[in-house]
Write a protein that binds this ligand. Structure first.
Ligand code: APR
Length: 230
């Protein structure tokens, strides 16, 4: 089976009711990134950071996967589908995708604040300021903050190098190193870009633009790639 690799971002979860970051009304219009999504922010005010992610986790529990997530699951009948997501939500998994790599962590998991290798599932929606890891340190969100290393980048690059088809869905390609994955797409491999906005894609990419929201865009891609209705 041909390998179809997807790089997804917040836009694929927008139709599930989850806010993006840089659109009109996005999260970064309301919150200061450095206050809620950086090690310095955690240092300065851990309660503020904890509450920011507790609120997003609480909202996530009320959201469901949308047509775009389910369309990617259906493509597994035709391709070896691997999803590399910048999203911290679990909607790809809840839709049934079998291979999902999170570049920026997982909202429904907690990690030790002294040993990032200690990661725990969160029951419910809250990490409390007294919840500790097995080493006794405060638990924090299992999210990669700005300025922190992105350990999943190495496996993500390997997956991308092996792609026969590459899909970019719902990401502004503003954040590195995630956006640099396009540099690892083998020469000539088609890159389908699904986004309602105009995105600047590197000139050397064999880009096929589908200027639609993710639900409609994945449906168009599905029919293009399989000749079948999604
Ligand atoms: N369907 C598809 N794409 C959409 C939709 C939709 N319904 N609505 C918005 N978009 C597009 C926007 O046009 C934009 O290009 O989704 C993209 C969202 O971009 P961002 O808000 O920048 O989100 P993302 O690219 O995922 O951000 C990357 O930045 O803040 C960090 O860690 C955070 O993982 C995040 C990273």
């Amino acid at each position: 089976m041909k390998k179809l690799v997807v790089l997804s971002g917040a836009g694929i979860s927008a139709e599930s009711g989850i806010r993006t970051f840089r659109d009109m009304g996005g999260l970064w219009e309301e919150y200061d990134i450095m206050e809620v999504a950086s090690p310095q922010g955690w240092e300065n005010n851990p309660e503020l950071v904890q509450n920011f992610y507790n609120e997003r986790r609480k909202q996530l529990l009320e959201c469901s996967p949308n047509k775009a997530h389910y369309g990617l699951v259906k493509l597994e009948k035709y391709f070896d589908v691997e999803i590399i997501t910048q999203n911290v939500d679990d909607l790809h998994e809840r839709a049934g995708s079998s291979k999902v790599l999170h570049l920026h962590g997982e909202l429904r998991k907690a990690q030790s604040s002294v040993d990032p290798g200690l990661v725990y599932d969160i029951e419910g929606w809250e990490i409390k300021m007294r919840d500790t890891c097995e080493k006794g340190s405060q638990l924090r969100p299992n999210v990669v903050w700005f300025g922190e290393p992105v350990p999943a980048m190495m496996p993500a690059m390997d997956i991308t190098r092996g792609s026969d088809i590459f899909v970019v869905a719902g990401t502004s390609l503003n954040v590195y190193p995630a956006a640099s994955l396009l540099d690892y797409v083998p020469k000539g491999v088609p890159v389908y870009v699904i986004d309602p906005a105009d995105l600047s894609v590197p000139f050397n990419v064999n880009a096929h633009i589908i200027k639609e929201k993710a639900g409609k865009g994945i449906e168009i891609l599905f029919e293009k790639l399989t000749g079948e209705k999604m």
